[in-house]
Ligand binder design. Structure first.
Ligand code: HEC
Length: 99
């Protein structure tokens, strides 16, 4: 590799490491999740859905997948961080799965 190539690679890697995709991991914000949920998720079911005796969610992974699915159903268009926040809220208040 020539020095010029090395310098270019170095600059490209620097640019990537500064982009938001590489920023620190999002810390889920349950209060934000709660307000998103109130705005977007009450169209088809209420909170009773999460505590019914025959509920369909049995793990944290199931919960994340279901929220993602219902996000499309609700046309809520949550970002990944929003999904994390809503999952955090539902898990704290209703499901209480270990992560
Ligand atoms: C278009 C209608 C609709 C909207 C809007 C909707 N859901 Fe749902 N959701 C459903 C239905 C239907 C079920 C039950 C599916 C079943 O019983 O098989 C469900 C079930 C769930 C469950 C699982 C409940 C259980 O049994 O443990 C979760 C969690 C959930 N929804 C979260 C959400 C979230 C978060 C939103 C907002 C992004 C949302 N839902 C918006 C239709 C909807």
């Amino acid at each position: 590799m020539t020095n010029i190539t090395k310098t270019c690679l170095f600059l490209i890697m620097m640019a990537f490491s500064l982009s938001p995709a590489f920023a620190a991991k999002h810390t889920p914000d349950a209060a934000h999740g709660k307000s998103l949920h109130k705005q977007k998720c009450m169209g088809c079911h209420d909170n009773g859905q999460y505590t019914r005796s025959n509920r369909i969610i049995h793990s944290f992974e199931d919960l994340r997948a279901r929220v993602k699915f219902c996000d499309s159903a609700a046309n809520a268009d949550f970002s990944n961080n929003d999904l994390d926040d809503v999952v955090e809220y539902l898990n704290n208040d209703f499901y209480k799965f270990k992560k």
